[in-house]
Design a protein around this ligand. Structure first.
Ligand SMILES: NC(=O)C1=CN([C@@H]2O[C@H](COP(=O)(O)OP(=O)(O)OC[C@H]3O[C@@H](n4cnc5c(N)ncnc54)[C@H](O)[C@@H]3O)[C@@H](O)[C@H]2O)C=CC1
Ligand SMILES: C[N+](C)(C)CC(=O)CC(=O)[O-]
Length: 491
C-alpha cells in the first residue's frame, strides 16, 4: 500500500521534502496556509523532476499523489510520516505540535526540519513527546542525502530506528546525532564559516563573489568528497594526522579569527552584501540558480557514484534498493518468460548526458548499453563475485544506431537479445525504447577472458548454459530489424 507523508509548512524546505517523498513513490499531503504554497511547491517539484530521477541509474517508482488540504487535521489523516517545516520560531513550532498531535495517527513519526532547536525544546508542551524527533535536512532536500536525526531519551530506540529506515528508503543518509545540541552538527560549521565571511565582506577584504570563489575553487570540492578530517589526514603527508596537528594546531590560537563575534547587521552591511550578491548573481532568477545548482550537484554526485564514495555510496545503495523493488531481473530465475527480450535497464536520462544539440549525446548511448551488458552478465552468472575469481567479459566490437532523439528526464528501457552464446563468445543486441518508441540499437561482440592472463578463456559451465538457453530461446523470436548491419548501409 502506498505510504502517506504529510508536509506541514510547504516553503523552501517543505517543498523539497514533498518532492523527495513524492518522487520516491509516497503520497504527499500538504498543509500550508500560504495561498501561494501550491504554486511554489509546483515550481520546486518541476525542478526536482528534472534532476532527481537522473541521479539514479535505475528508474524511480511511479510518482505518488500530491494533495493540498485546508486543515492540519485533514492533512495528517493516515500519515506514516509527518514533516514539520514551519518558520524557525520555537513558540510557533510548539503550537503546531500541539495541534498536530490532536489529530495525527499515534504511530506516525513527527520529524522537524529545525535548523537549530533541540528536540527536547520541541517535545516540551507536546502531549506525546516520544513521537517527535529532529530530522534536519539540507537544501535541496530532494537531492542532498544528509538528514541529521536527533532524538532524546523520550524517544524509544525503535522509533529512532524506524525513522532512520524510512529516511533511507527515500534515498537519504540519516546521521544519528549522539547528543542534542543547538544547531546539531553541520549547521555549526555553516554558521562558523558564514560569520567569518560576513567579517571579510564588512572589513572590505573580499566581495561575496571572491568568497564564493575561494570556496568553490578548492576546499568546497575537497569537502564534498572527503569532509574535513580525512582531507587533513592527507594534508599531513606520510606523517599523517599527528604531524598535521603539530604543524597547524598552533595557528588556531593566533588571532586569525573573529569567530565568536558577529558583525552587527546595520543597514549599511546588509546593503553592501545584498548589492554585491546582486552584482554577482542578480542576472539569474532563483529558479534558474536552483537549476544550475541541481545540475552541478547531480553531476558531482554521479561522479562520486562511479567511485562508490561518500554520497555516491549512499546513492548506489538506494539504486540497489530500487532495483530489488522493481521487476528488473538480477538472475536467470527472475526472468518471467524466455519468449521475450530481457529487460536489462530502465532509467531516466540525466542532465549530464545532454549535449549542445539539446539531446542525449552519442557517447551516452554507449554508457546505457554498457550498463545493460553488465546487467545481462550478472543475470547469466558473471556477477561481482564471479569476476573476483578472475573471469570476465571484454567487448571487442560495438555498432550503435541512433534512430530517434532522446531528451532530458525521459525514462528509457533497454531490452536485450542474446544473438550468440557459444563458449567464450557472446553477441548481444540491445534495443532502447521510450514507451513503444525505438530510440537506438546496439550490437556488441564480447569475449570471455581471464583477468589474470588477459587472454580469452572459457567461462564457467553455469554461464555457458545460461547463455545457450537465452540464445536458443531468443533465436525463436521474430528477427530484430538491423542485426548485422554495417556502418553506412542504406536503410
Ligand atoms: N531554508 C533552508 O536553507 C533550511 C531551512 N531549514 C528549516 O526548515 C524550516 C522551514 O524553513 P524554510 O522552508 O526555509 O522557511 P519558508 O519561510 O520558506 O517556509 C515556511 C512555510 O511555513 C508556512 N507556515 C507558516 N506558519 C505555518 C503553520 N502554522 N502551519 C503550516 N505552515 C505554516 C509558511 O507559509 C511557509 O510556506 C525551518 O525550521 C528552518 O530552520 C532546514 C534546512 C535548511
Ligand atoms: C541556513 N540554514 C541554517 C537554514 C541552513 C540549514 O539549516 C541547512 C542547509 O541546507 O544549509
Amino acid at each position: 500500500m502506498t505510504q502517506i507523508a504529510t508536509i506541514v509548512g510547504g516553503g523552501v524546505i517543505g517543498g523539497g521534502w514533498a518532492a523527495r517523498f513524492l518522487l520516491n513513490g509516497w503520497d504527499v499531503r500538504v498543509f500550508d496556509p500560504d495561498p501561494e504554497a501550491e504554486r511554489k511547491i509546483g515550481e520546486v517539484l518541476d525542478n526536482a523532476r528534472r534532476s532527481l530521477p537522473g541521479l539514479s541509474d535505475t528508474a524511480l517508482p511511479p510518482e505518488g499523489k500530491l494533495s493540498f488540504h485546508e486543515t492540519m487535521s485533514e492533512a495528517v489523516q493516515g500519515a506514516t510520516w509527518i514533516q514539520e517545516s514551519v518558520p524557525e520560531r520555537i513558540e510557533l513550532k510548539q503550537k503546531v505540535y500541539q495541534t498536530l498531535q490532536e489529530h495525527a495517527p499515534k504511530d506516525a513519526i513527527l520529524g522537524s526540519s529545525t535548523s537549530g532547536f533541540k528536540p527536547s525544546e520541541l517535545q516540551n508542551c507536546a502531549s506525546r513527546p516520544e513521537q517527535i524527533v529532529v530530522t534536519h535536512p539540507f537544501n535541496p532536500v530532494y537531492l542532498m542525502p544528509l538528514v541529521e536525526l536527533v532524538a532524546t531519551e523520550k524517544n524509544a530506540p525503535e522509533t529512532v530506528e524506524r525513522a532512520a529506515e524510512i529516511l533511507s528508503s527515500v534515498g537519504m543518509f540519516p546521521l544519528k546525532v549522539r547528543k542534542e545540541i543547538d544547531a546539531h552538527i553541520a549547521d555549526r560549521f555553516l554558521e562558523a564559516v558564514w560569520r567569518e565571511a560576513l567579517w571579510l565582506v564588512k572589513d572590505g577584504i573580499a566581495t561575496t563573489e571572491e568568497i564564493d570563489e575561494s570556496i568553490r575553487m578548492a576546499f568546497g570540492i575537497r569537502w564534498a568528497q572527503m569532509g574535513l578530517f580525512e582531507t587533513y589526514r592527507i594534508a599531513g603527508g606520510e606523517a599523517g594526522m599527528k604531524h598535521f596537528m603539530a604543524q597547524f594546531g598552533p595557528a588556531l590560537k593566533w588571532p586569525w579569527t573573529k569567530l565568536m563575534d558577529v558583525p552587527e547587521f546595520t543597514d549599511e552591511l546588509v546593503d553592501l552584501i545584498a548589492d554585491q550578491s546582486d552584482a554577482q548573481s542578480g542576472h539569474l532568477s532563483i529558479r534558474e540558480l536552483e537549476r544550475i545548482r541541481d545540475d552541478n550537484c547531480v553531476g558531482m554526485m554521479r561522479a562520486l557514484k562511479a567511485n562508490n564514495w561518500g554520497a555516491g555510496e549512499v546513492l548506489n545503495k538506494h539504486d540497489e534498493r530500487l532495483i530489488a523493488q522493481s521487476d528488473l531481473p538480477r538472475a536467470m530465475s527472475d526472468i518471467a518468460s524466455l519468449d521475450e527480450l530481457v529487460v536489462t535497464g530502465r532509467r531516466a536520462v540525466p542532465a549530464d548526458w545532454l549535449d549542445y544539440n539539446g539531446h542525449m549525446n552519442e557517447a551516452c548511448y554507449g554508457t546505457a548499453f554498457s550498463e545493460a551488458t553488465d546487467r545481462l552478465m550478472e543475470i547469466i552468472g558473471c556477477t561481482k563475485e564471479y569476476i573476483a575469481t578472475g573471469g570476465s567479459y571484454f567487448t571487442g566490437e560495438t555498432h550503435i544506431r541512433y534512430l530517434d532523439e532522446t531528451h532530458l528526464g525521459q525514462v528509457v528501457e533497454i531490452r536485450t537479445r542474446v544473438l550468440k552464446g557459444e563458449g567464450k563468445k557472446m553477441q548481444l543486441w540491445h534495443e532502447m525504447y521510450e514507451g513503444d518508441r525505438l530510440l537506438a540499437t546496439g550490437e556488441h561482440f564480447l569475449l570471455h577472458v581471464s583477468l589474470e592472463t588477459r587472454r580469452p578463456s572459457e567461462p564457467s559451465q553455469e554461464i555457458m548454459d545460461n547463455l545457450a538457453a537465452l540464445a536458443s530461446a531468443h533465436a525463436k523470436l521474430p528477427a530484430s530489424e538491423g542485426v548485422g548491419r554495417y556502418v553506412g548501409q542504406p536503410r
